[in-house]
Each structure stands twice: as structure tokens, then as C-alpha cells.
Design a binder for this molecule. Structure first.
Ligand SMILES: [Mn+2]
Length: 360
């Protein structure tokens, strides 16, 4: 059985368990994962014994090549009525849909075109099917991580008072592309000075000033797979409290990485980092969860958070990213990517984590 047939097989087991006769895939991530198709628009239908991919004339030839085992349906003139025809022809009565990814306008077309089909939510379970990565997926993530590491190291000498966050983000993204990335995996965060207290401070026109801490949170896509890394560096001598906070965040991050492994729950991992931060008196200033799965999507299963009682399994790839945010002053976050293995967690991220002070 090929990788792809194995994935489709696991999806079929899931839909059967849920009493569904088919799954309709819409998101690019699930389309790529279950069908191998990389085009920008398509509808995939997987029934109990057949696979269909509906594309318009831009993609019929590409889908034919990328999706062995799939019947390619040309939807150029029919649009989504092509889906209702296949559903009817194959007597599908109950179909699972990607309830979080499908726009309401498209969902309404599913329903109006196929009044006899019951469409049920499938999304949260689908993302779980992608969480344990195979060797090829892990290799792609490793490449995406290595590119991000190298790009970061290469732009550090350009950082000095007077350059803007946007200028730095441009250099970082350009460096990642030069090293082979397809594109950034999300909007690059460069949050300097007081902006560092914004956990998601995307790069702005603000100029770097002497004494600023800078939170960099960025990543790239390599052959479809994402990396995600955060480092906080200082330009000139840091504020004494931020310097202390840096050591607390690093200790929390390392405590979590140390205890990660198969069988550990998402909430236990989160708690390991949270305890270190709370003990230091900053418990209220770490608002987000510890981490998330990474793969074809930048955020996917499993979550490392207080709300996830699920246990980690070998092959899970997760971020570990505690942070402390001091309103008006700045913030510190440190993030690695880890792959869960039988013996524990293997950290993929290579960028140094000891406190870094760049010259002014
Ligand atoms: Mn992240």
C-alpha cells in the first residue's frame, strides 16, 4: 500500500466509525495529504470504495498526474453541481465536511445542490489523522527548520538602531527563499521594544532602538511543510527585568522539552512550563498555550495546552513556546520544534538559545 492509499484507508475507517458514507475535502492541507494535489482549488470526494477529485480546466491534467487512484472530474462548466452528481450517482446519504475550513457560501451550495444528503462535521477528527508524521514528512519539516535557522543567523548582522521591523522581516523572508523555501509559513513577527509585549506583533514601520528586545517569530514552507521558530534577542544592554524574564522563559521552555515524550498529555507539557513561570511570579503574563502541532498547516493537532488531555504519540511534531509579556515594557518568547520519538523528544531547532546581545 502506498503512503497515500494508507492515508485514505485511515480516513475511511474514521468515516465508517462516524456512520458516514463519504468525506468531502476542501482545505489545501487535507487535499494535499489525502490526494496529493497541490493546486489552489478543488473538491475531493472519498467514498467507501472510490476517490474523486473535481477540478476545473486549469487543473485536470495536473490532477491526473498528482492523484493516482483518483477519478478526475472536470467541473469547468458545472461547478459544485458536479459534486452533487457524483454524490447522487454513488448513493451517498451522509457525508462528512470540513466544517471549520469551508466558507458558508460553499457549504450552502453543498446543501442546496444535494437536498437528500446529510452533511456532518468532520474537521476536528481529520486534523488528528495528520498529526503523526511519517519519515518523509519529518524530513521536510527538518529542512524547513534548517532553512529558518540559517536565515535567522544570516540576518542578525543587519540589525542595528534605525532599521525598521518591516525591513528586517523583508531580509529574513528573502534569506529563507534564497535557501530554498517556497514562502513564509505565516506573517513574520518582528516585535521590538514595547511591541514585544504583543504576543502576535507582526512587523511594523517601527525603528529598532538601542536597548530594545526583539521577538522574532517566523518560519517557512518547504515542499508543503511548515517550520515555526521564535527567538528573542536584545540590541544593546537589556532592561534588567527583561533579562531576568529571559532566563525564566528559557528555564520554562527547557523544562517542558525535557519531559516531552510518548504518553505525556498536552496539558501536562503545558503545566511543566507554566509552573516555572508561575513560581517566578509571572503566571498571569503567560496567556497562551505552550505549543501546537506543525505540519502541512502551521497550527494543527496536537495542542500543548491546558485543554488537551490527549497523550502524545511517536511521530507527533509540536512547538514548545512559552512567553512572558510585560505590558508597556516588552516580551520574551522562545520556541523550538520537537518531534516525539520513542525515547523522548528530539529538538529540531538549532538556533542558540542563550541570551544574545547584539552590538549597537
Ligand atoms: Mn508557533
Amino acid at each position: 500500500m502506498t503512503h497515500m492509499q494508507n492515508r485514505v484507508q485511515r480516513l475511511r475507517v474514521l468515516i465508517a466509525q462516524k456512520g458516514m458514507e463519504a468525506a468531502v475535502l476542501y482545505s489545501r492541507e487535507n487535499t494535499r495529504y489525502f490526494a496529493g494535489f497541490t493546486g489552489t482549488e478543488s473538491t475531493t470526494l472519498i467514498t467507501r470504495d472510490q476517490c474523486f477529485i473535481l477540478v476545473d480546466s486549469r487543473y485536470t491534467s495536473q490532477a491526473g498526474k498528482q492523484c493516482p487512484g483518483y477519478t478526475v472530474v472536470d467541473s469547468t462548466l458545472k461547478g459544485l453541481t458536479a459534486l452533487s452528481e457524483v454524490l447522487q450517482e454513488h448513493k451517498v446519504g451522509v457525508a462528512g465536511v470540513e466544517d471549520e475550513a469551508v466558507p458558508l457560501s460553499i457549504y450552502r451550495k453543498y446543501e442546496t445542490n444535494s437536498p437528500d444528503v446529510r452533511f456532518l462535521p468532520l474537521e476536528s477528527s481529520l486534523s488528528g489523522l495528520r498529526s503523526q508524521k511519517d519519515a518523509d514528512e519529518i524530513w521536510r519539516i527538518e529542512q524547513a527548520v534548517r532553512i529558518a535557522d540559517e536565515a535567522f543567523e544570516s540576518i542578525l548582522p543587519l540589525i542595528r538602531p534605525g532599521v525598521t521591523e518591516l525591513g528586517i522581516a523583508f531580509e529574513l523572508e528573502t534569506a529563507m527563499r534564497r535557501l530554498g523555501a517556497e514562502k513564509p509559513s505565516f506573517d513574520t513577527i518582528v516585535a521590538s521594544g514595547a511591541r514585544g509585549a504583543l504576543p502576535h506583533g507582526v512587523a511594523s514601520e517601527k525603528e529598532i532602538q538601542a536597548g530594545d528586545g526583539i521577538v522574532f517569530d517566523f518560519g517557512c514552507i518547504y515542499r508543503g511543510y511548515c517550520s515555526d521558530i521564535t527567538r528573542t534577542v536584545f540590541v544593546g544592554a537589556p532592561d534588567p527585568e527583561l533579562r531576568h524574564v529571559y532566563e525564566v522563559v528559557l528555564a520554562a521552555q527547557e523544562a517542558a522539552e525535557k519531559m516531552l515524550g510518548p504518553g505525556v498529555t498536552g496539558s501536562e507539557a503545558d503545566e511543566a512550563a507554566r509552573q516555572v513561570i508561575a513560581k517566578a511570579g509571572y503566571g498571569d503574563l503567560f496567556g497562551h498555550g505552550l505549543g501546537h502541532g506543525v505540519g502541512l498547516a502551521i497550527h494543527e493537532s496536537p495542542r500543548l495546552s491546558r485543554t488537551n488531555p490527549g497523550r502524545l504519540l511517536p511521530g507527533d511534531v509540536v512547538t514548545v513556546e512559552p512567553g512572558i509579556y510585560l505590558p508597556g515594557k516588552g516580551g520574551v518568547r522562545i520556541e523550538d520544534i520537537a518531534v516525539i520519538e520513542e525515547a523522548g523528544a528530539r529538538i529540531l531547532t538549532g538556533s542558540p538559545k542563550q541570551l544574545r546581545i547584539l552590538p549597537v
